[in-house]
Design a protein around this ligand. Sequence first.
Ligand code: CP3
Length: 348
Amino acid sequence: MKTAESNLTSRQRFLAACRGEPLDTPPLWIMRQAGRYLPEYRKLKWKHGFLTMVKTPELATEVTLQPIRRFGFDAAILFSDILVIPEAMGQPYHFRDEGGIGMDFPIRSKDDIDRLDTSGIRERLDYVPGALKLLKRELDGKTALLGFAGSPWTLATYMVEGGSSTHFEKLKELFYGNRALFETLMEKITEAVVNYYRMQVEAGVDAVQIFDSWGGACAGGDYEAASLKWLRRILREIGEAVPVILYAKGLHHRIDELAKAGPQVISVDWTADLGHLRDTLKKPVALQGNLDPVLLNTTPGIVRQETGKILDAMKGYSGGHIFNLGHGILPTARIENVEAIVETVRRS
Ligand code: CP3
């Protein structure tokens, strides 16, 4: 039986799920919903380049809207990148030819950290509220508008390692070898992230996501000191203003601890068994996720089946559910498979 929910806009349904209200059909968006798997994105990127698109409000708006027009997702996430924060603090980055990210130089010493400039963040990231205001007008209150930033720990992995990394050796060396210097760096990043979220809230976002993409790499007993402590500070500063979705990769075994930190929604990666998770949670919290992005390289039949399993696992959950991938979409994803998710979720 369908309820009055079909009269709600996508934005209203999205916000209801963030508040933990159960819906017959979960709202849907996907992480990195713009990107190389879309021909219209590739065309614009070929012409302008990634960072120019990020820094030009009209282009960032257009790229944000591309997947909304094509798939009608319930939330639009600003087209940008978590690394605009180090960039705005004076540490630029580039794409490595072999794939992944390279920072132009790493941050390792006290002098490097002292040189990071948090004072001009607002001016240097002025293009972000520029794009958000254009997007708000275009979306007209029908589709939810999401802002985002990286967690301080996840940003520090790129800043200290000097780019994409597997083992995070340099950052761990700093964490275990010079805790005071680690904290000085984290204080600075956290301050920048809080400021950045405030700008997004002032520009009218409906909710924000925090990406703790590499929090799962911390040693178990040290997650609190390395990442959660800083996340908590951010949640205290912005959690009252808008709903916060915490994406925590490799951390679903700590979900009760994450929930206690106070995000409205916890976004889990594909390794979590959502049916098990909802049954073992100490207190219901809205959950987002969690289709394996690699499945989008397969066939619509497989995608429909696996999407259906997640929908079944979350049916009747009293805490709220937002359908999403378990991590960002891959450039190899097939468009017909994204369509298969949309059809399956909408028909549920
Ligand atoms: O979700 C969205 O659609 C919003 C836009 C968004 C992007 N990056 C655009 C992007 C978001 C939310 C991000 C977050 C991001 N960026 C994270 C955290 C989330 C995660 O996936 O873990 C991280 C770690 C980054 C840093 C970053 N940016 C990486 C590691 C890469 C990939 C590099 C590679 O070689 O593939 C990027 C590039 C990037 N950011 C792309 C997009 C669409 C692909 C750019 C392209 O090649 O066209």
